[in-house]
Write a protein of this length. Structure first.
Length: 227
């Protein structure tokens, strides 16, 4: 079954991402798997593959027993409007602990994608964070701001850099109405101002890791062959 990143068996999870999420942020394997959209076993196997030591059962149990005052969660979740996964990262506990406290407080549970608007222009903060997270998981450096990305979108006159087709955004990260996709011109390089463009999401599926010139060459061959 495909995961949230659109991959099946070869999920691109970098060692650096796992070290940060598992050790520095003290997150559980289950939380990391839930965020990426894969199984617990996939994360555990990748941890072992990288030579990283999983927590012992007693250490994992201690993590689950971390106590966070209800008033702290209420402030973070209700007053500061943080999403559950943001609270998990900040306090290094499990997502189930946060969800249980939110339920005990009698507050409606928001999904991670329903956090308050923290974006720029029409790019939601959640959409932008999702792109940064996927780049981090794959070990790709991200050296551009949301403000720069929005300015580029306007400079492209809201149109695909490759096809000229109009692009749209929707506030919801999971909405199928969003057609704008952030693309690296040279897929071997970072997300930086001189190597990015907005293209239609369908073209992004075709382009994948091809560099732009190779994609255009193949398109020309297809067009010539179809005449």
């Amino acid at each position: 079954m495909p995961n949230a990143l659109g991959h099946n068996k070869k999920l691109p999870i970098s060692k650096k991402f796992l070290q940060t999420a598992y050790y520095a942020n003290r997150r559980s394997l289950a939380d990391i798997a839930d965020e990426i959209g894969c199984s617990f076993a996939t994360i555990r196997n990748r941890l072992i593959k990288y030579g990283l030591t999983p927590r012992s059962p007693s250490e994992a149990q201690t993590l689950r027993k971390i106590r966070i005052p209800h008033e702290v969660i209420e402030t973070e979740y209700y007053v500061n409007k943080k999403a559950p996964n943001e609270i998990v990262k900040k306090y290094g506990c499990s997502g189930n602990v946060i969800k249980r406290i939110i339920k005990e407080l009698g507050l409606p549970l928001r999904s991670n994608g329903e956090a308050v608007w923290r974006g720029h222009g029409e790019i939601s903060g959640d959409h932008w964070s999702d792109m940064q997270r996927k780049a981090e998981v794959r070990g790709i450096c991200f050296q551009i701001t949301i403000e720069q990305a929005w300015d580029m979108f306007l400079l492209q006159n809201r149109r695909c850099a490759l096809s000229g087709v109009e692009l749209v955004f929707d506030r919801s990260r999971k909405s199928r109405k969003t057609t704008a996709s952030f693309d690296r011109i040279d897929s071997s390089k970072c997300y930086r101002l001189d190597n990015v463009q907005w293209i239609h999401k369908r073209l992004q599926r075709i382009k994948l890791d091809l560099d732009q010139q190779e994609l255009i060459s193949w398109c020309n061959l297809i067009a010539d062959h179809s005449r």
